[in-house]
Design a protein around this ligand. Sequence first.
Ligand SMILES: Cc1cc2nc3c(=O)[nH]c(=O)nc-3n(C[C@H](O)[C@H](O)[C@H](O)COP(=O)(O)OP(=O)(O)OC[C@H]3O[C@@H](n4cnc5c(N)ncnc54)[C@H](O)[C@@H]3O)c2cc1C
Length: 481
Amino acid sequence: MAAHIKIKDRHILNLAKLVSGPRSILYKKTDLAAYDCDGFTIEKYLPRAVVFPQNTEEVAAVVKYCSENDLPFLARGAGTGLSGGAIPINGEVIISLTRMKRLLNVDLENRMAVVEPGFVNLKLTHAISDQEYYYAPDPSSQYCCTIGGNVAENAGGAHCLKYGVTTNHILGLEVVLPNGDVIEIGKKGIPDAPGYDLLGLLTGSEGTLGIVTKITVRILKKPESKQTVLAYFDRVEDGSQAVSDIISAGIVPAALEMMDKIAIEGVEAAAFPVGHPRDIEALLLIEVDGIHAGIEEQINQILEVCRNRNVREVRAAKNEGERERWWANRKTGFGAMGAISHDYLVQDGVIPRSKLPEVLSKINEISQESGLRIANIFHAGDGNLHPLVLFDSRVPGETEKAIEAGSACLKVCADAGGTITGEHGVGIEKKEEMRFVFTDEEIMAQTAIRKVFNHDNLLNAGKLFPTPGKCAEIKQELTKA
Ligand SMILES: Cc1cc2nc3c(=O)[nH]c(=O)nc-3n(C[C@H](O)[C@H](O)[C@H](O)COP(=O)(O)OP(=O)(O)OC[C@H]3O[C@@H](n4cnc5c(N)ncnc54)[C@H](O)[C@@H]3O)c2cc1C
């Protein structure tokens, strides 16, 4: 054990020399405890150390050192990931990108901005909103998650129905490869550059192919006008049918969100209650945007669709303040579960929109069988469900039950012709569920790609695919010590 600590100290001393600035490395157990998990809190492991590089050169130097010394390592942004992607399951050296948080350039003429990976999503919109521009991908965690983490997870958000998820807004990346080499990919907005689409491959690769150190993003002109409609339904089936009817009517809302009864109980008990009735079964928030002239007509169509589906109450926001309050209430959705349950597990399946009523009723059956309440909050317009399994980890066996119920929800989504994640990634949480949607051959084809980039499997091993990694041995060594 003593020998092991000595070795560990040597690496920590060497790593400390590679990163500048105050407290640029953490290595004491008490400090490391804050990094033992991310937004997926069911599994916890201490990292070997956490380093805080200030620029690409420092990231590359740390990566090279880890690679040459067989030390597992991984990147971390804000740690809001919900599938355990930033959890150091192999006792990794965590490379935190939070000190690389500069907005490097804004090019309004070409509608692009360049940011460092630790730049917080919402700050980009704040920085350019005076000039009437914004950054479209809006995960509910946007006030704190980083654009580097968004790239790794290909994050989505309420307004991705109309504007597309992160991958549709990334024009170029600078990446430190797992051997420490630095490459640039994407031709900053030039469409159809020759060669493989590495930009597409890296976006959503969950930090398993390289560490992103610079990001060129697309920025959009703010829509001239927007309006939001709120609709309350007594039956979930009517709410679900209204979702399909809105899309079938040819309307492309900027956002089309749904919450069920338990979710409403949560958001009304949390930070931004707005007085939603507690006895309805479903609520829809529907936002349209564009030029002034078309908005009113779309709103009228939406009101009509909802009325035809037995809506209890439906109306457009009276003013901008009310619109903002409705969205603030919706965006507390996940965290709000903390107000009504000791613990909760967020799931993230995708289904064809038309299967919404059928899938929701199966999720209800899972809830009854497991004896656990399951709330549903979802980006209904694109069929991205978030069943939230409520449980109490203090009750023996309940955590395991919640994991099983979450997995069963994903099986229902896969069986309905959907898939096991829409935006939160696979991480460690859904590795085994990858088998619901991919054959062994398909998984092998993907792991072969990882091997090309991440040959020694030192970068974020044991995530995304159900494969054993070299790091399992290192983990054993650490556990023994
Ligand atoms: C309350 C709440 C609401 C949420 N709502 C949404 C939502 O609406 N939509 C959505 O998509 N997600 C949502 N999430 C999940 C999460 O915020 C996103 O996945 C986000 O993209 C993670 O960013 P992060 O900076 O926290 O990354 P982290 O959690 O730190 O890391 C996530 C993964 O990215 C990798 N990574 C991080 N930075 C880099 C980098 N620079 N280079 C390479 N890999 C990197 C990590 O290794 C890890 O695998 C929510 C989370 C919470 C807690």
